[in-house]
Design a protein around this ligand. Structure first.
Ligand SMILES: [Zn+2]
Length: 291
């Protein structure tokens, strides 16, 4: 079996960005698995929202996914990606239920793209590190795509400096959400997000430190807003991968399979490996024509 170059080219980063939001997961997260609880609390009188969670369990699930799919991530990229998972999940937990979000964070130094996507309705969070064919540009770029209910996708893009996903997300809030957000690492795997709400006590907000966020209670009055459960989960399957391959199959089946009975494709959302046989893909494409 071969991982075909043409397939990878067909799935360049640009096409991934346009496809993934439409490609919702088809299998739901396993609710028997406890998942990661994110608690959101409103800080009374300061008018800010605190979201915090310990990401230990989610990082374990992410590593299990990497090893199950033989995905190797450079240690430097891995450290960045874990911070991005934390920032992204805390952001999702601070947003309305009916939202699907994707972040693509392009760093120039080191040259890497981090992709994350999450669905608040199912609590599924997934993503991957792209370190091949990353576009060289003058600045780091942060893209956020949001689909709310049946509304069309909204995209915003901001530039940022440095190599920390938490700082990138803070810049995104200031520029695109037009309100402040501060991300803090509270422990080895524990992170928090404090975001401004109307009439926020801005001097207090600006002066916050990780130590203070850790011990907001009992100094401040915190009102529990929600407890949400998130799980590392993509939900990709053979059929989804065949949808991704169908245009290439229609255009150039010989180029795609090059005489092999099957081809390996990596899920554009999570990097999982799927083997697709030519027979199955031919049947899928023929079926699609009939529909
Ligand atoms: Zn996947």
């Amino acid at each position: 079996m071969r991982v075909h170059g043409r397939v990878r080219t067909g799935l360049d980063f640009r096409s991934i960005l346009t496809n993934v939001m439409a490609m919702a997961e088809t299998t739901l997260p396993n609710t028997a698995d406890a998942g990661l609880e994110v608690r959101t609390q409103f800080v009374r009188n300061r008018n800010a929202l605190l979201a915090r969670a310990d990401f230990g369990e989610m990082f374990v699930d992410y590593y299990l996914h990497l090893s199950a799919n033989q995905i190797k991530v450079a240690p430097e990229h891995d450290a960045m990606f874990k911070r991005a998972i934390a920032a992204f999940t805390l952001h999702c937990a601070s947003r309305p239920w009916k939202e699907m979000t994707a972040w693509t964070i392009n760093f120039q130094q080191p040259l890497v793209n981090l992709f994350l996507t999450g669905d608040n309705e199912t609590g599924a969070i997934t993503g991957r590190v792209f370190d091949e064919n990353v576009k060289v540009g003058p600045e780091n770029l942060f893209y956020a795509d949001v689909v709310r209910g049946r509304e069309p996708k909204r995209r915003s893009a901001v530039t940022f400096t440095g190599s920390d996903p938490l700082a990138a997300a803070e810049k995104f809030y200031t520029q695109s959400e037009q309100r402040g957000a501060r991300f803090f690492q509270l422990g080895e795997e524990e992170f928090a997000l404090v975001s401004e709400h109307p009439d926020c006590d801005l001097p207090w907000f600006a002066a916050l430190t990780a130590d203070e966020v850790k011990t907001l209670e009992p100094k401040e009055t915190l009102a529990l807003m929600e407890r949400r459960i998130y799980r590392w989960h993509c939900g990709c399957n053979q059929e989804r991968m065949m949808e991704v391959l169908a245009p290439t199959m229609k255009a150039d089946p010989e180029g795609l399979f090059a005489g092999d009975p099957k081809v390996e494709i990596r899920c554009p959302r999570c990097g999982a490996r799927h083997a697709i046989t030519r027979e199955a893909l031919e049947a899928f494409v023929a079926g699609a024509k009939e529909r």
